[in-house]
Design a protein around this ligand. Structure first.
Ligand code: F6R
Length: 261
């Protein structure tokens, strides 16, 4: 796991966007893994700007989202399909049919989740997965206690996650769905490169466990310590509880410029 601490969110967004640009330059039909929420917004802004400048095309790319609320009507502005469309995919030239997410309105949820896993596998697996991390340590919506071997399935959201996401539902916790479909930890671990972004002091405890804690289902993101190619991008506030912060800063300062993420 490479942990990089940067001064501001713009630098984080630029660095993460660079990983997408490099990937699509060498593999135009790459498979992208997309997260919703606040953490990747700067990356999506940066990618939209670089697309506008003609630096990057998503015309042949495919994308899979991490998760979806269960039971929200298709036209609800907070379904993750609508969120990812608004925040990112409608702003670049990716084919809308090449963007898939778990089906939160599926009649038979286990079959639908198995189909989603099969679609990711048929596409050749995810090349680059962008992730945020919840204050409770989840990645995707793999809440504490999730199996490290889990695949796409239904999960009950913790009360804390619903409180955290109430800001997207006019502050009304009860309006946040109680269940979601999420790629499992096993699914996420299959991505060839994972880039996790965390900013702000409210993420510091989760980041402390993610980077320096023992690997534990109580802090599901810690499974990424076993990923062969995981990059963690932090601002100083999110990194504020890391014992090794000075070492990570020094290592990044000394990193050769030819070495990408
Ligand atoms: C979203 C997702 C979640 C978020 C996490 C952090 O698709 O899978 O794991 O990444 O809850 O959310 P933000 O970025 O809004 O703090």
């Amino acid at each position: 796991m490479e942990t990089i601490i940067l001064d501001d969110e713009r630098s984080i967004a630029r660095l993460a966007a660079g990983a997408f640009v490099d990937l699509l330059a060498r593999k135009p039909d790459a498979v992208l893994g997309l997260a919703t929420g606040s953490s990747p917004l700067g990356v999506y802004d940066e990618l939209a700007a670089r697309h506008e400048d003609g630096d990057i095309s998503f015309a042949r790319a495919r994308a899979f989202t991490l998760d979806e609320y269960v039971g929200l009507p298709a036209d609800h502005p907070e379904t993750y399909r609508n969120v990812i469309n608004r925040d990112f995919t409608s702003r670049v030239d990716i084919d809308p049919d090449a963007v898939r997410g778990p089906d939160g309105l599926a009649e038979v949820i286990p079959a639908s989740c198995a189909e989603y896993e099969a679609a990711i596998a048929a596409a050749g697996g995810v090349d680059l997965q962008v992730l945020g991390i919840g204050a409770v340590g989840h990645i995707g919506f793999n809440e504490p206690g999730s199996s490290f071997a889990s695949r796409t399935r239904i999960k009950t959201l913790t009360h804390q996650t619903r409180v955290d996401n109430a800001r997207f539902f006019d502050g009304d916790v009860d309006a946040v769905p109680s269940h979601c479909l999420t790629q499992g930890l096993g699914t996420i671990m299959d991505a060839r490169h994972v880039v996790l972004i965390a900013t702000g002091r409210h993420k510091a405890e989760a980041v402390h466990h993610l980077v320096e804690g023992p690997v534990s289902a109580m802090w599901p993101g810690t499974i990424l310590q076993h990923h062969p190619h995981a990059t963690v991008l932090l601002d100083s506030a999110a990194a504020s509880r890391l014992q090794l912060a000075d070492y990570f800063r020094e290592a990044y300062r000394g990193k050769p410029s030819w070495q990408g993420l």
